[in-house]
Design a protein around this ligand. Structure first.
Ligand SMILES: C[C@](O)(C(=O)O)[C@H](CC(=O)O)C(=O)O
Ligand SMILES: [Mg+2]
Length: 297
C-alpha cells in the first residue's frame, strides 16, 4: 500500500542478481506508475522507464528536450509503486560528465535500480533514426567514468549505451563497449543491433552483461526471448510497446464513441473497474482507514 515493500537497496541487489543469473531479464517500458504495477503482476523481472515514452507522454518528440528533474520525478513515481527494479533512460546524462555524475545521484535519490547513459551528441535522437551522431570515444568514456565514480550505492547499475553501430559501424561499437566496461559500466546497451549476428559479436567481445532493445518499427529485428537468451543477452527492454498498444486502443475507442455515440460496444475490451481496484490494492486502503477511524484511547 502507498509504496512497494522492498527498499531501493533491495531492488538494486535483485537487479544485479538477475543480471548475473544467466536468465534473460525482461523489462517492459512502464508508461506510468499504474502500468508498472501491471508489469509486476504479470511476472516480469523489472520495469524500464523510457525517454521516448516520457517525452511522448509530455507531447514532445524524443530529441533531448526533457530535463533531469522531469526524468527523475517520473522515475521516482514509477519506482515507488513497484517491487521490481526500474532501469531508467538517462539519455546523454543531460550535459557534460559532471552533469552525468549529478544525474546518477538524482536517480539514486529517486529510488531506481539503474540507468543508462549513451554516447550520442546533444541534442540526442531516437537510436533507430538516421542522422544521429556520437561524441568521440574518449569523451564518452569520461561520461561513463564520471557516472561510475559518482555512485554512492555500489549496487546502482550503470549501463553504457553506444549508438556507434548506426554511425561508424559495429566494429566501433564493439571498441566503445570494451572501453565503457573498462571505465566501470556494469551493463552494455548496444543500440540498433540489426540481428543475431550483431549480438553474437558483441557478446563475444565483452565480459559484462548486455542488453537488447526490442523496440518496434526500428532497425532491429524483433527476436524472441528464448533466442535472446541463447545469444547470451542478459536483459531485454520493450521500451515503447505498452504505450503504442495503449495509444492504439485509445484511438480505436475514440473513433467508436464518435461513430456510435456510445462506448457500450467496448466494454469487453476495457479493464474492468474491479480489476483496476484490485491492481491498486483498494481494499488495503479501506482497512487502513477503518483502523485509523476506529482507534480509541
Ligand atoms: C530505448 C529508447 O532510448 C527509449 O527512449 O525508449 C528509444 C526507443 C525508441 O525510440 O523506439 C531508442 O531506441 O532510442
Ligand atoms: Mg531513449
Amino acid at each position: 500500500m502507498l509504496h512497494a515493500a522492498p527498499t531501493a537497496a533491495q531492488k538494486r541487489a535483485a537487479f544485479r542478481a538477475g543480471l548475473n543469473s544467466g536468465k534473460l531479464q525482461r523489462f517492459p517500458g512502464a508508461f506510468n506508475p499504474l502500468s508498472a504495477k501491471l508489469i509486476e503482476r504479470e511476472g516480469f523481472e523489472g520495469v524500464y522507464v523510457s525517454g521516448a515514452v516520457l517525452s511522448a507522454d509530455l507531447g514532445l518528440p524524443d530529441i533531448g528536450l526533457t530535463t533531469i528533474t522531469e526524468v527523475a520525478g517520473r522515475a521516482q513515481q514509477i519506482a515507488r509503486v513497484t517491487a521490481l527494479p526500474a532501469l531508467v533512460d538517462a539519455d546523454t546524462g543531460f550535459g557534460e560528465p559532471m552533469n552525468a555524475a549529478r544525474t546518477v545521484q538524482l536517480l539514486e535519490d529517486a529510488g531506481v535500480a539503474g540507468m543508462h547513459l549513451e554516447d550520442q551528441v546533444n541534442p540526442k535522437r531516437c537510436g533507430h533514426l538516421d542522422g544521429k551522431d556520437v561524441v568521440d570515444r574518449d569523451v564518452a568514456v569520461r561520461r561513463i567514468s564520471a557516472a561510475a565514480s559518482a555512485r554512492r550505492d555500489p549496487d546502482f547499475v550503470i549501463a553504457a549505451r553506444t549508438d556507434a553501430a548506426g554511425v561508424h559501424g559495429l566494429d566501433d561499437a564493439i571498441e566503445r563497449a570494451k572501453a565503457f566496461a573498462d571505465a566501470g559500466a556494469d551493463l552494455i546497451f548496444p543500440e540498433a543491433m540489426t540481428g543475431p549476428e550483431d549480438f553474437e559479436k558483441m557478446r563475444a567481445a565483452v565480459d559484462v552483461p548486455i542488453l537488447a532493445n526490442m523496440t518496434e518499427f526500428g532497425k532491429s529485428k524483433l527476436l524472441d526471448a528464448p533466442t535472446l537468451e541463447s545469444l547470451g543477452v542478459n536483459l531485454v527492454i520493450y521500451p515503447v510497446t505498452l504505450l503504442r498498444i495503449a495509444m492504439h486502443a485509445a484511438e480505436t475507442a475514440l473513433r467508436e464513441i464518435a461513430g456510435e455515440g456510445t462506448q457500450e460496444g467496448l466494454l469487453d475490451r476495457m479493464q474492468h473497474r474491479r480489476d483496476l481496484y484490485d491492481l491498486l490494492d483498494y481494499p488495503a486502503y479501506n482497512t487502513f482507514d477503518q483502523n485509523i477511524f476506529t482507534f480509541s484511547v
